[in-house]
Design a protein around this ligand. Structure first.
Ligand code: NAD
Ligand code: UDP
Ligand code: UDP
Length: 317
């Protein structure tokens, strides 16, 4: 068990969300103290209800676009709606969350002289012309489209992280997260894995956007969180950005077929128009994560989907 010297007080913004709540579980298991700051826009108290009364856990309802004055030894900045439906609901607030949120959390880290992690995204590569995507690729992003509030907000947050690093010597760690799935995804946030599983379990049509030939790479949540912890534990001066994701690449149609098979559903495929700026392909090059973190995903899509289906089956019944 940790003592007062080795126990850290760790702030997780967006901690009531899908990824944040899994991260908090791991940090508490490691014996740390966790403060979760979340405005509950897309997160839910249900994701952290099992921690109610935990002696090392504290929840604060807080919007990161406002300043936050607390004490902490480390910060994980995850606050931001992540699914297209949610981040396009109030796009101005999405940009504010990424940009003002980053400024406030970086200001807090600067005052505390503490290490800070940023949950960036593969969306910084936009609709990529380099495949698979390496960290050295600068991306192909539309600055004025419907995804821009998220993509450009996250790009600007990365800029702020690197300028606070260069200008104020801040110890930063930037992860570029590729599509991740697992238990505690929001059932109505429109992301492809949760949509297909919920539709299949209800024997409703599976909604494929476009022809379903666009590709994504899906990482199971436990693998991703292991990557977060390894990145956060690297030596000062190693900043990233580091791609974290599963290099297995599937078409959306293949994903639909696999979900139908695993659920034994009678759902049929239904084709809908492709939303604008929807990237046609996405797969991480995880060479840096392998070399620097000794990390690679362990959970295959089939196994991860089975666990996620079991979660939604219970949630919906
Ligand atoms: P999520 O929507 O489940 O979690 C985001 C959390 O942030 C929610 O709890 C929400 O209430 C909170 N939040 C939103 N705006 C806030 C604000 N202004 N102040 C305080 N809290 C706020 O999404 P997630 O999948 O858990 O994503 C977590 C982070 O990881 C996000 O920054 C997201 O951009 C990034 N990310 C996720 C994925 C993925 O596939 N899940 C991929 C790339 C990047
Ligand atoms: N900030 C915060 N908590 C702190 C310190 C700063 O929320 O403990 C916020 C504050 O709103 C400030 C922002 O972080 O505007 C950026 O801080 P920084 O010190 O970089 O800039 P300045 O205060 O000089 O504008
Ligand atoms: N998608 C789909 N049907 C759905 C939801 C999404 O075909 O019901 C597609 C979507 O057009 C995109 C891919 O699946 O090409 C991944 O979508 P998601 O919103 O999960 O993530 P992102 O586009 O941000 O990678």
């Amino acid at each position: 068990m940790r003592n007062y010297e080795s126990r850290k007080r760790i702030l997780v913004t967006g901690g009531a969300g899908f990824l944040g709540s899994h991260l908090i579980d791991r940090l508490l298991e490691q014996g740390h103290e966790v403060v979760c700051a979340d405005n509950l826009f897309t997160g839910s108290k249900r994701n952290i209800e099992h921690l109610h009364g935990h002696p090392r856990f504290e929840f604060m309802r807080h919007d990161v676009t406002f300043p936050l004055y607390i004490e902490a030894d480390e910060i994980f900045n995850l606050a931001c709606p992540a699914s297209p439906i949610h981040y396009q609901h109030d796009p101005v607030q999405t940009t504010k969350t990424s940009v003002h949120g980053a400024i406030n959390m970086l200001g807090l880290a600067k005052r505390l002289r503490c290490r800070i992690f940023q949950a960036s995204t593969s969306e910084v590569y936009g609709d990529p012309s380099v495949h698979p995507q390496t960290e050295g690729y600068w991306g192909n992003v539309n600055p004025i489209g419907i995804r821009s509030c998220y993509d450009e907000g996250k790009r600007c947050a990365e800029t702020l992280f690197f300028d606070y690093h260069r200008q104020h010597g801040l110890d930063i760690k930037v992860a570029r997260i590729f599509n991740t799935y697992g238990p505690r995804m929001h059932p109505n946030d429109g992301r492809v894995v949760s949509n297909f599983i919920v539709q299949a379990l209800r024997n409703q049509p599976i909604t494929i956007y476009g022809e379903g030939q666009q590709t994504r790479s899906f990482c199971y949540v436990d693998d991703l969180i292991e990557g977060f912890l390894r990145l956060m534990a690297t030596e000062p001066g190693f900043t990233g950005p580091v791609n974290l994701g599963n290099p297995g690449e599937f078409t959306i149609r293949q994903l639909a077929e696999q979900v139908i098979e695993l659920t034994g559903s009678s759902s049929k495929l239904e084709f809908h128009p492709l939303p604008s700026d929807d990237p046609t392909q996405r797969r991480p090059d995880i060479g840096i994560a392998r070399d620097k973190l000794g990390w690679e995903p362990k959970v295959a899509l089939r196994e991860g989907l089975q666990k996620t289906i079991a979660y939604f089956d219970k949630l919906l019944s």
